[in-house]
Design a binder for this molecule. Structure first.
Ligand code: IVH
Length: 668
């Protein structure tokens, strides 16, 4: 986004959205969006305010991080601001922080690592050991008085073990187990569930009736002594003194002598946190030496000597800037959303998959929409949801084109799956490179020397556009290519020439027909023996072949009816390619399995499964993966699988290995 008007408009929009959600969250205790979505809104506004401080509103919601205080809870003004933390994402940023601290203290710094509890920050005053006041953090300057409510939290002592006058800070949270219990109760009473433990904790603490707070089962952990007659000298001492005084301290904190220890702490808690009874949204790294910390100081918002290491969010929210279609090697046309950059699971994401037209339609993703994206495994993230409540009416619905965005060929819709694809598998520019590489591959026409690099060179020099062009190449043309000597040129021409004699089944693999792999190609070639007969086959003829299902039959039928494909086949024929099965392979020898279909199951003793399958093919038979009524017999080895049961159920003959070898000619 570069247009100033658009940026300003987006900033105003974000402010309004954040205010709206603050109100739902803090005042109505009825959040409408997830924490990740809220954080994404805040992060986007923060980014824009940092880039354009002159356009930030004086009353931007970011200046009141706690949201509006509840008017009916008495305000508490803090003597010293109750700060927040700066975030780091990933180990590199943690290392930078570590280095800054090392520079600041002039040597290797020791740290304390703590779990970052996802709850609600509270500040509590103890006078002579007695709890006298408790407040929420509010906006960091003014909080809300929640003393009566905090007194109902069992783990927060009304009196400390020692008569200290302290101001302490901690986090009130709702244990996951309590949250689950509460929601079960609410469900029984027909009330809507509380969105997550943090929202539930906030709602439970900010109640006018302390008895409601008591019934919720809140808990707390403490981590800071803000004021005391004698302040602790280290963070470790802080935690020890808090615990000794009877305040609950999260027990998994650790003193970290070096960065290695910090890395191990991160690695451990990234996984182990799931097993805890409370939500954590990161770790906090704190300089242990508090005297040094005081010297290093604070910004208006956060201390410089502590950081929150945020766990990578698995979901994030961003804005769709465009929807682009890409055409894959197999012609599948897949929509992708282009997004404003957003951090997700440790990386910055700018694109997310929309998978296919059906999903795009079901999600109703529009350009301008706020969407939730999620890491699906390790691959590119996917759009999982549109935030329809964030729509402004300016979003533009996406109209799926009916032609291939690369070559203009009308798209086809695959029957059962509804996927759209470009049928010009061999000529569409998006599919051309992969199609050529595939054509020359070992399972197809086996053209030695026609690897990825050569294909790229040929395409760059515009010497070939489709497989038929290969057969018109001569050595002189190839020699002119970069890194191509006379020997390489001659060898490639020879290899291309040799491929003219491959059997039909290999050519069918090479043609890159949708869903046709080696096995299907062999079945088709065996059944029809020539390309002419295959081309003339009806869908019913094709579907009648064992191992050829309706999707495959449909795909083969359509392939030959596509004008560009038909033209290409004419050119391949004119280039002298072998268009029949068998003739070009050395013939002769017995064919005891001619026309028979064999399924093999279990471990064979005499030779490998692969070798036996090769023999079956040489003897005229065909191996199939699954048993049907049309299977001639099943060859059974040791520990057979379900094929044996199926054969018995269907009455298909079963041959042991010994029976098989007794009936077949001796292999040479
Ligand atoms: S230290 C001066 N330690 O995280 C900063 N904060 O994102 C003092 N939090 O507002 C904060 N666990 O509410 C600290 N072990 C921990 C924490 C923790 C949770 C919260 C706290 C803070 C927020 C910052």
């Amino acid at each position: 986004m570069t247009d100033p008007d658009a940026i300003r408009a987006r900033m105003r929009e974000l402010e309004a959205l954040i205010r709206h959600h603050d109100r739902l969250y803090y005042v109505e205790d009825a959040p409408a969006i997830s924490d990740a979505e809220y954080d994404a809104l805040v992060e986007e506004l923060r980014r824009l305010e940092a880039a354009h401080p002159e356009w930030a509103s004086p009353d931007s919601p970011l200046r009141r991080p706690g949201g509006a205080p509840r008017a009916d809870l008495a305000p508490v003004r803090f003597g010293r601001p109750v700060l927040s933390l700066n975030n780091v994402y990933g180990l590199d940023e943690l290392e930078e922080f570590w280095q800054r601290m090392a520079d600041a203290v002039g040597g290797p710094p020791a740290f304390v690592g703590e779990l970052k509890i996802d709850g609600l920050s509270v500040v509590i005053q103890y006078r002579g050991g007695e709890l006298v006041q408790a407040a929420t953090r509010g906006d960091g300057e003014t909080g809300e008085d929640v003393t009566a409510n905090v007194r109902t939290i069992r783990v927060v002592p009304a009196r400390l073990n020692t008569p200290e006058t302290w101001e302490v800070r901690g986090e009130v949270y709702l244990p996951r187990s309590q949250w689950a219990r509460l929601n079960a109760e609410r469900a029984r009473e027909g009330q809507p569930p509380l969105a997550n433990p943090r929202n539930a904790a906030a709602g439970s603490l900010r109640q006018l009736d302390p008895e409601v707070t008591r019934s919720r089962g809140l808990a707390a952990f403490f981590y800071e002594i803000r004021a005391a007659e004698t302040l602790p000298r280290t963070q470790a001492e802080t935690l020890e003194r808090l615990a000794a005084a009877g305040l609950p301290v999260e027990p998994h904190w650790q003193r970290l002598a070096d960065l290695e220890a910090a890395r191990a702490f991160v690695a451990h808690w990234e996984e182990a946190r799931e097993a805890l009874d409370y939500d954590t949204d990161g770790l906090v790294f704190k300089l242990d030496d508090l005297e040094a910390a005081r010297r290093i100081g604070e910004t208006a918002k956060a201390p410089r000597y502590q950081v929150a290491y945020k766990f990578p969010a698995e979901r994030a929210v961003s804005t769709v800037r465009a929807i682009r279609l890409s055409v894959g090697r197999t012609g599948a046309v897949t929509p992708t959303a282009e997004l404003d950059p957003v951090r997700l699971a440790g990386t910055t994401v700018t694109r997310a998959s929309l998978h296919n037209a059906n999903i795009l339609e079901r999600l109703d993703v529009r350009v301008g929409d706020r969407v939730e994206v999620q890491k699906a495994g390790e691959i590119i993230p996917e759009v999982v949801r549109v935030l329809k409540e964030a729509r402004t009416g300016t979003e533009i619905p996406f109209v799926y084109p009916d032609r291939c965005p690369e070559c203009g060929t009308p798209l086809e819709v695959e029957g059962p799956t509804g996927l759209r694809y470009c049928p010009a598998t061999l000529t569409c520019p998006a599919q051309r490179r992969e199609a050529l590489i595939h054509f020359g591959s070992r399972a197809a026409m086996d053209i030695t020397g026609l690897g990825e690099k050569t294909v790229d060179l040929l395409l760059e020099a515009d010497l070939v556009r489709d497989p038929a062009d290969l057969y018109a190449l001569d050595a002189a043309q190839l020699e002119r290519l970069p890194r191509f000597g006379p020997v390489a040129a001659r060898n490639l021409v020879r290899a291309i020439d040799a491929s003219r004699r491959r059997p039909l089944s290999r050519l069918l693999v090479g043609l890159n027909i949708r869903h046709v792999g080696e096995r299907a190609a062999k079945a088709l070639a065996d059944r029809f023996r020539s390309l002419d007969r295959l081309r003339a086959a009806s869908i019913e003829d094709l579907a009648a072949i064992e191992g050829i299902g309706p999707v495959l039959a449909d795909s083969v039928y359509r392939f030959f009816r596509h004008p560009a494909q038909a033209a290409l086949i004419e050119r391949l024929a004119a280039a002298g390619l072998n268009l029949v099965e068998g003739d070009a392979e050395p013939a002769g020898g017995p064919r005891p399995l001619a026309g028979q279909t064999v399924a093999v199951t279990g471990t064979l003793r005499r030779m490998s499964r692969q070798a036996v399958e090769a023999l079956i093919a040489r003897w005229g038979g065909r191996t199939v993966d699954s048993v049907s009524r049309r299977t001639t017999f099943v060859l059974v080895g040791d520990n057979p699988g379900s094929k044996l049961e199926r054969a018995r159920a269907l009455g298909v003959p079963v041959w042991t290995e010994d029976e098989f070898w007794a009936r077949m000619p001796p292999p040479d």
